[in-house]
Design a protein around this ligand. Structure first.
Ligand code: FE2
Length: 415
């Protein structure tokens, strides 16, 4: 397959991408491909952007599509969400979890996402959801590459047999070690949970992704513990801190000191701006905090940050349709990132930065020899994709068309 008239980010002019045997064989200037006869499968990108697939770095596929079951989260807080989920969790079955997760994966694939990291609640003596997602990972491999995080929703230290369940989840095949230190009963438990999970990751060779300081409490400071564990063990490239919303409430003096450690640690950050603006700020009257981490400030300091959806129709967030570009647009607003420079590189937050957080390495990116996974978008720049609320027109996976979309045709009648 040949993809012609492709505009590539960070490269001048138009290009042709030659795909062979599921890999990118060559990328040439468009002029060099001009004389070649068009094959039946060739696609003309028409001067629009061609990018590697979108990445969903943070979602909860075990909880998806359960909002209102058995009751709605009336306060809108994270903590009532955890209570609602605790009630729904008692009724989950493997089949129920698989059906909902697969339905959501199809909506993600329809929006050009081909790499997904899902957290799966392992504070369940039977590990029902984990076993379901392990099967889903194999059964949906034609649509997405799935990383599974062993996520202790109700704590490692403050949940009965929490350490054993985490260890078992990794032994069963989870890819990533999770955590939730700010939810443990005490600060000491939060610290010991981080040390435990980093030990487990170091022993098993797994990646790490911790729900870290997902609160407006400025005294929630487990990020420094996680970053120091990553730095001292030289594991930063394998470690992600998700949410870190408390950083939005830290004072600048503390943050200045913290940033030095964060920079040395080399860890990545995931922000879920639509979820956080909904869940955080709930204990404020006015003025109300935004409840998101310092996305632009981390980026400006040279750190790796990406955006995730977190939830689709679950006890924590009632909306969502799989479109990560909706989260990107909202996030740029919420994080004060509609400046010219931010808009030029906005797609980094749902492509390259996310791939780095997921440690995808050479499995990702538009380079010869890498998998022929890519998107043809509906606009010719990052800025125009955001402004026009663009969408992927084609998603190509292993050199085959996985999804195609026609944009709505609208006419002003009588003009
Ligand atoms: Fe989450």
């Amino acid at each position: 397959m040949l993809i012609t008239n492709a505009r590539l980010r960070h490269r001048e002019g138009l290009h042709a991408l030659h795909l062979e045997n599921g890999r990118i064989a060559r990328i040439t200037p468009q002029a060099e491909a001009q004389g070649q006869p068009a094959g039946p499968d060739d696609l003309d990108a028409g001067g629009n952007l061609v990018v590697p697939p979108f990445v969903e770095p943070h979602i909860h596929l075990d909880a998806t599509l359960t909002a209102g079951e058995p009751r709605w989260n009336m306060s809108g807080t994270l903590f009532e969400g955890i209570e609602c989920w605790g009630e729904r969790k008692a009724t989950i079955t493997q089949e129920d979890t698989k059906t909902r997760a697969k339905k959501t994966i199809r909506t993600l694939a329809a929006h050009g996402i081909q790499h997904v990291r899902t957290h799966v609640d392992v504070t369940d003596p039977d590990l029902t959801a984990l076993k379901a997602l392990l099967e889903v990972r194999a059964e949906t491999a034609h649509l997405i590459d799935l990383q599974i995080v062993a996520f202790p929703q109700e704590g490692i230290e403050s949940y009965r047999n929490g350490r054993e369940l985490m260890t078992e989840a990794i032994a069963l095949g989870a890819d990533v070690v999770g955590g939730i230190p700010h939810f443990e009963y005490t600060r000491d438990q939060g610290v010991s949970s981080v040390k435990f999970l980093m030990d487990l990751a170091e022993r098993s060779g797994c990646l790490v992704d911790v729900h870290c300081d997902e609160t407006d409490d400025p005294h929630s400071r487990f990020l420094e513990v996680l970053a120091e564990e990553a730095r001292s063990r030289d594991m930063g490239s394998r470690v992600t801190a998700s949410h870190t919303t408390a950083m939005g409430s830290y004072d600048n003096a503390y943050c200045a000191k913290l940033f030095r450690l964060l920079g040395h640690s080399g860890i990545s950050f995931v922000s879920c701006p639509t979820e956080s603006i909904h869940l955080q700020g709930r204990f404020d009257s006015f003025p109300k905090r935004r409840g998101v981490t310092r996305v632009n400030e981390l980026l400006e300091a040279g750190m790796n940050v990406c955006f995730g959806q977190d939830s689709i129709v679950d006890p924590w967030y009632p909306l969502g349709n799989g479109n990560i570009l909706r989260v990107l647009e909202a996030g740029l607003h919420i994080c004060h990132m509609l400046g010219y420079r931010n808009l030029q590189s906005a797609l980094d937050l749902v492509t390259d930065n996310s791939a780095k957080a997921l440690a995808l390495g050479e499995r990702y990116g538009l380079e010869p020899g890498r998998p022929a996974n890519l998107l043809i978008l509906s606009a010719d720049s990052d800025y125009e994709m955001i402004r026009s609320q663009g969408l992927p027109l084609y998603s190509i996976r292993h050199g085959q068309v996985l999804m195609q979309r026609q944009m709505a045709q609208v006419q002003l009648v009588g003009e």
